[in-house]
Structures are given as C-alpha cells and as structure tokens.
Design a protein around this ligand. Structure first.
Ligand code: SAM
Length: 266
C-alpha cells in the first residue's frame, strides 16, 4: 500500500483513511468483534506503565536481539507485533532495531490509538489476527506475539525465511494467587503443547525460556490487572471490590511465562 494525503491506497483501488489519532482501521465495516474496550485498554496502559511487566519486555527485547537476522544492506524487514495492544512491548523491542520500521496490529481501535503514540517508528493498524493479515509476504524480519491470538499460517507468510517469531504465553501458574482468591480464568494446563502442535507445520522452535518471578501489587494495581484482559468480561462490581479489599497489601503475585523463538520452516 502507498500513502498519499493521509490515505492508504492499495493497488486494487481500496483506500483507508488514517484516523486523526494516527492509526489505520482495516476491519470490514460489517465486522463485529469483542475487541478490548477503552476501559480495558486504559487499565492495561496504567498497569504496564507501573513497570510490573518490564521484565517480560526486557526478556523479549534480549531474545529478539539475539535471534533476529543481521541486516545485510537493503530493506531490513519490519518488526511486527500481532495483538500488540498499547505497544508497550513493541516499543521496547523497537529500541533494539534502530533501522527497522514497526507495524502493530490489534483488533481494538482503543489499543491502536495508544500504540500509534508508543514509538515514532510504529504504525498501528486495526485488523483481525484470525483473518488474512494486511502485511505483504515475507515483509517481517521479527514478529512478536505477546498474550495475544495467533494464526500460524499467516505468521509464516509474513515472515522472512531467516526471520524470527517470538511468542509469549502464560504458564498454568501465572497470576496463581489472584486466580485462587478472585476466581479468575485459569490458563490451560496444555497450552504450550497445543501451541507446539499448531506451529509444527510452519515453524521450528529455536529457543525457549521459562521464567517465574513475583510482583508486589497494591490494591490499585489488582483491579487494573483484572480489568485489562479477558477477566474484564467476567469479573466486575462490588463482589470483586470486596474480594480485592480482603487481599494482603502489597499482594505478592506470580508472573509465570514461556517465551519461545521460532524460525519458519522452509
Ligand atoms: C492480553 S492483550 C495483550 C496486548 C499486548 N500484546 C501486551 O502484552 O500488552 C491481547 C490483545 O489482543 C488483541 N486481540 C484480541 N483478539 C484479537 C484479534 N482477533 N485480532 C487482533 N487483535 C486481537 C486485544 O485487543 C488485546 O489488545
């Protein structure tokens, strides 16, 4: 696509205006999704700004630096984040790649608005990660996917043969203390295995890091954490407030994730 006068145009004649907040919406007008709401995205932005997930962003940036292809002149390829939310992790990774452009895709326009301001080299697009991605074949040298949906066939299509895909998934004991005390959604015990199955036709695993640490959350941070993800659709109101009030403060909460690097099968 080419940009002219604030409008993106594709060779087939479709055009998409850039919103005044700096993102492009590629969702079909009739599409209906349960995208993250403004309140969920605001909760995520506040939670991440407090640095609770900074160790995840640091691990992601370090593995991206270690596994990304070395530019050999010419177009270095983009750094793409699928389901990138507010752009928090993407912006940290972009700092490692000063010559690359970034594309962040998210189904929530509220997330895309924030992401468009997250880093000067990130372009934010509203689109559905389950659909065909609005990104050219082999345009990306690095693809990120952090706690977000993923379509392996499309991720493979947009990644260069020498590129790297970095995926962060929660482990079954992620946020364990809050899952038990507040009745939050549980992580599937087989999540890593199911991911490996779905990826095996397209990618080969080249690195895997499992990390477990704790974060100390006060009573303002806990509702932000609950409200920034899928629990927001199930947990709210006075009952949640009462349960949070009965937690110790600060509340020690487990952060337990798997970070995996994949190369495309060629
Ligand atoms: C748990 S959040 C993670 C956001 C970000 N990766 C982070 O870690 O801060 C999941 C994100 O995926 C987005 N999302 C959910 N379904 C999607 C879809 N079908 N296509 C694109 N994005 C989607 C949500 O809007 C949300 O921003």
């Amino acid at each position: 696509m080419a940009m002219t006068d604030g409008t993106l145009r594709c060779p087939l004649g479709h055009s998409f205006d850039v919103a005044k907040q700096g993102y492009v919406n590629l969702l079909p007008a009739a599409a209906r999704f349960s995208a993250d709401t403004a309140a969920m995205v605001a909760a995520r932005a506040d939670f991440l700004a407090a640095g609770h997930y900074a160790p995840i962003a640091e691990s992601l940036a370090a593995l991206a630096r270690a596994t990304a292809p070395t530019p050999t002149g010419g177009d270095p390829g983009c750094v793409v984040d699928i389901g990138g939310g507010t752009g928090y992790h993407h912006a940290r990774v972009m700092a490692e790649f000063p010559g690359h452009e970034g594309i962040l895709l998210d189904i929530s326009k509220f997330a895309a608005r924030r992401a468009a301001r997250a880093h000067p080299r990130i372009s934010a697009v509203v689109a559905d990660a389950w659909d065909g991605l609005p990104i050219a074949d082999e345009a990306a040298s690095v693809v990120l996917n952090v706690f977000a949906p993923r379509n392996p066939a499309e991720l493979r299509r947009i990644l260069r043969p020498e590129g790297v895909l970095l995926v962060v998934t929660p482990r079954p004991d992620h946020l364990r203390e809050l899952v038990e005390a507040l009745g939050l959604l549980r992580v599937d015990e087989q999540k890593d295995e199911r991911l490996a199955d779905r990826f095996s036709a397209y990618f080969t695993k080249v690195a895997r890091e499992r990390s477990r640490s704790t974060m100390a959350l006060d009573h303002k941070a806990v509702p932000r954490l609950v409200g920034m993800g899928p629990n927001a659709w199930h947990q709210h109101g006075e009952r949640l407030e009462e349960r949070i009030a009965s937690l110790p403060e600060p509340c020690e909460v487990t952060v337990s994730i798997t970070l995996t690097a994949y190369r495309p099968l060629v």
